[in-house]
Design a protein around this ligand. Structure first.
Ligand SMILES: *Cc1c(COP(=O)(O)O)cnc(C)c1O
Length: 342
């Protein structure tokens, strides 16, 4: 198969239209079989549920080429599980067993020419999403839905190495204690946009959100979970019912314990104790780990000993091991690397 003529090493993180996408419709209480189409346009009634009441959920994963030339995705079973948890919370019909992975496989396969070659640093970002599609004006769930999967090639997250970023403690809240912070829904991003634009204008790369009930505990950023390394080399990540259960973070905890022999735990982490941490990073599919060098808490700076030049040593080991597993250079735990046969 001939690859597209794309300058893989210089791609950014933006949408590029590819040749194919997947569409399946939910009507009269059931999902149809779904199909691959070339049509990138979604035509909806002006009163569609998604447009009026934001009834939509999504996922994000990557397809990429391993060292030995296979096209794979990373733990898509967890994305399948999570989109159904998100859907259930917004009264969106869940996907039957196998439908999510089948849709991802079909879409990636159809767009194999867009899967970047091994070593380019680029990947094919896969975006599955479901939205309410029929007219809804009185507040209630839609009766009809569309499940789509689009893909777009994206560049290496870090061009020229991962430089630590500076973030701020936000005065905005991301999620309420019994709200929707633990699901992957567009609505959680809509309300984060003003906060991130404000943070960027002030010179910060990201916001650290605190728990909205007490504003003393670390939650997450707009789109990534925190990971800390204590001064005695333990990996800790915040435990909270209002953060999104990141697959990258869960994988890193496993890697810390099973591959690196480190102690690792999920527990409540107060903002106060962050000043005593040795390393800090943000984890998510896009970057795997973005190192954080400094946190600004209302003018008071928390500077991590790992500094502003490079990732901390433990963060680096975690990053190298997980990316090694993903790329096929290090043996993966059973079921982590899912091959898509072209
Ligand atoms: C998607 C997402 C993450 C990262 O999850 P991964 O499964 O690791 O990609 C973290 N926080 C939020 C709010 C997210 O939407």
């Amino acid at each position: 198969m001939e690859k597209k003529d794309i300058d893989w090493g210089n791609l950014g993180f933006g949408y590029i239209k590819t040749d194919y996408r997947y569409v399946s419709n939910f009507k009269d209480g059931k999902w149809d079989d779904g199909e691959i189409t070339t049509d990138d346009k979604v035509v909806l009634n002006e009163c569609a549920g998604v447009l009026q009441y934001a009834q939509t959920v999504f996922e994000g994963l990557k397809a990429y080429t391993t060292e030995d030339g296979r096209i794979v995705t990373f733990r898509p079973d967890l994305n399948a599980e999570r989109i159904n948890q998100s859907a259930a919370r917004l009264e969106i019909p869940t996907l039957p067993e196998g439908k999510f992975i089948d849709a991802v496989e079909k879409t990636v396969k159809a767009n194999a020419a867009y899967v970047p070659p091994y070593g380019s640093g680029a990947t094919l970002y896969v975006r599955p999403y479901i939205f309410g599609s029929n007219p809804v004006i009185g507040v209630k769930p839609a009766d009809e839905y569309q499940f789509r999967v689009l893909v777009t090639p994206v560049g290496p997250y870090f061009k020229g190495g991962a430089k630590p970023i500076v973030i701020k403690v936000s005065d905005f809240d991301r999620a309420a204690p019994h709200g929707t912070g633990d699901i992957k829904a567009g609505l959680n991003y809509a309300m984060s946009l003003h906060a991130i634009v404000t943070a960027h204008a002030e010179g910060f790369a990201e916001n650290m959100y605190l728990d909205s009930a007490t504003r003393t505990k670390v939650e997450e950023t707009g789109g990534a979970n925190f990971l800390f390394v204590t001064k005695d080399g333990k990996v800790v990540t915040p435990k909270s019912k209002s953060i999104l259960p990141s697959i990258t973070r869960r994988s890193l905890i496993y890697v810390a314990k099973e591959y690196l022999g480190l102690e690792a735990e999920e527990r409540e982490i107060t903002l106060e104790e962050v000043a005593d941490m040795a390393e800090c990073g943000l984890c998510g599919t896009a970057a795997v780990i973005s190192p954080v060098g400094k946190i600004n808490d209302h003018g008071k700076e928390i500077c991590f000993p790992s500094g502003m030049e490079e990732m901390g040593p433990v963060t680096k080991k975690l990053y190298d091991t997980l990316t090694g597993i993903q790329m096929g250079r290090i043996e993966a735990p059973e079921g982590w690397v899912h091959e898509i046969k072209i």
